[in-house]
Design a protein around this ligand. Structure first.
Ligand code: 6PG
Length: 476
């Protein structure tokens, strides 16, 4: 009997995805470059469902029902191209190749176009949720043609996380749309993690609390509007004690955040699209800064403020303020990310429904959170919403949070606790609110030194002032 779906690349993500398919009653073809992984999967988990292991790519392809549905789970970049090159000659028209890795969406566009030439469907698919998600139900963001989704969608939906009876999987849009959305998901993930880390730092070095106490605070927050996977695991990490030293785990880990690149891609793409995702950018820069060892060593003795710690009554009040600031900053970070999805969708003609993205992020993925319901509702109410900040619910939340948010950012500045995420979110909020921005002055400067011209508020046209001459104005 032929297999319903195949998985090639059986490292932990591929293995867990294959097991997930099998556990949902699908017959799963298995392949890995070295057969050891395939045998290991069969030995350990073969009893979980119907697996069809193969030693060679040709056998693997032959074991699949047509149109073939093949999921590639190898490292992004060259390894993915190598597998595609090996697969393509073995496939037939109408077959569907799925890339479940964290590919760059431009690579996905290139691969989709190339496979289309061969009459094949290429489905670049974002998969979020880590190892556990892959096994228990990830959030799945497939791109590609609607035709490919008709064949593949039901299988993917069956293994995805489910929230309120709805699968966390939907057809995102053509070619690179799925990987684009996964990229922005990761950018938002970076921003969210940075904001949570800043909240911790403020409670630790502003309010003077210990990690175990802060873990309890996060647990309380997790019961309310901040409820999310990232807050939940933060409490776990902060509550953990290092067995070897008996010290809080967070104190024995080197404070240099690493990154594999998807956050950086998000910012690079945003720069090209001209979308101000300052929260994501600050989060990426904060990771880079943390890893700039020489720079940090050199700057260690720079003078800081004399104020330290808040007294205990002030510290309690401050903790409440930090919750508000975190919520408000998080709204801004997500609003920016959703704007990037809209901009990418417009640029590439993908027609992505932002509300549907909020919906499939409600479960399975790293940024799953209660407040995504609110984002989905906001786009349901108005699919063309220019920014989530002006949605009625978020506008009210921001309005209620803003005094606390301002107190937190100013207290942080006074105490010398760095809060790039909180501060940039507030600056974004105030910039959008501003009736007039000093950008007018920048236009003046540009016109002064480079005759770059400006537009007037009262008349159409492009103008230049003769700064070096009699300062009369010319229309260009
Ligand atoms: C997910 C994650 C995952 C990502 C890791 C590591 O959605 O499951 O986003 O895809 O690779 O979070 O990312 P960094 O190493 O860049 O932090």
């Amino acid at each position: 009997q032929s297999a319903d779906i195949g998985v090639t690349g059986l490292a932990v993500m591929g293995r867990n995805l294959a097991r997930n398919f099998a556990r949902h009653g699908h017959r799963v073809a298995l392949h890995n470059r070295s057969t050891a992984r395939t045998s290991a999967l069969m030995a350990e988990f073969g009893h979980e469902g119907a697996f069809v292991p193969s030693e060679t790519m040709a056998q693997f392809v032959a074991s699949l029902a047509r149109p073939r549905r093949i999921v590639i789970m190898v490292k992004a970049g060259e390894p993915t191209d190598a597998v595609i090159d090996e697969l393509v000659p073995l496939l037939e028209e109408g077959d569907i190749v799925v890339d479940g890795g964290n590919a760059h969406f431009l690579d996905t566009r290139r691969r989709e176009a190339a496979l289309r030439e061969h009459g094949l469907h290429f489905v670049g698919t974002g998969i979020s949720g880590g190892e556990e998600g892959a096994l228990e139900g990830p959030s799945i963001m497939p791109g590609g043609t609607a035709q490919a989704y008709r064949s593949l969608g039901p299988l993917l939906e069956s293994i995805a996380a489910q929230v309120d009876g709805r699968p966390c999987c939907t057809h995102v849009g053509p070619d690179g749309a799925g990987h684009f959305v996964k990229m922005v998901h990761n950018g938002i993930e970076y921003a969210d993690m940075q904001l949570i880390a800043e909240a911790y730092d403020l409670l630790r070095h502003g309010a003077g609390r210990q990690p175990a106490e802060i873990a309890r605070t996060f647990r309380t927050w997790n019961e309310d509007r901040l409820n999310s996977y990232l807050i939940e695991i933060t409490a776990e990490v902060l509550g953990h004690t290092d067995a070897a030293t008996g010290r809080p785990f967070v104190d024995i880990v080197q404070d240099r955040a690493e990154q594999k690149g998807t956050g950086r891609w998000t910012v690079q793409t945003a720069l090209e699209l001209g979308v101000p995702v300052s929260g994501i950018a600050e989060a990426v820069f904060a990771r880079s800064l943390s890893g700039s060892v020489t720079l940090r060593e050199a700057a260690r003795e720079l003078p800081g403020p004399t104020e330290t710690w808040l007294d205990s009554a002030a510290a309690d009040r401050f903790a409440g303020d930090v919750e508000q600031a975190l919520y408000a900053s998080k709204i801004v970070a997500y609003a920016q990310g959703f704007n990037q999805i809209q901009a990418g969708s417009a640029e590439y003609g993908w027609q992505i429904a932002p509300g549907a993205m909020a919906s499939i992020w409600r479960g399975g993925c790293i940024i799953r959170a209660k407040f995504l319901d609110r984002i989905e509702a906001a786009y349901q109410a108005d699919a063309q919403l220019p920014t989530l900040l002006t949605d009625e619910y978020f506008r009210k939340a921001l309005g209620e949070a803003q005094s606390a948010w301002r107190r937190v950012v100013s207290t942080a500045a006074q105490l010398g606790v760095p809060v790039p995420g909180f501060a940039t979110a507030l600056a974004y909020y105030d910039s959008l609110r501003a009736g007039r921005l000093p950008a007018a002055l920048i236009q003046g400067q540009r016109d002064f030194f480079g005759a770059h011209t400006y537009r007037r508020i009262d008349r159409d046209g492009v103008f230049h002032t003769l700064w070096a001459g009699d300062r009369s104005e010319q229309e260009r």
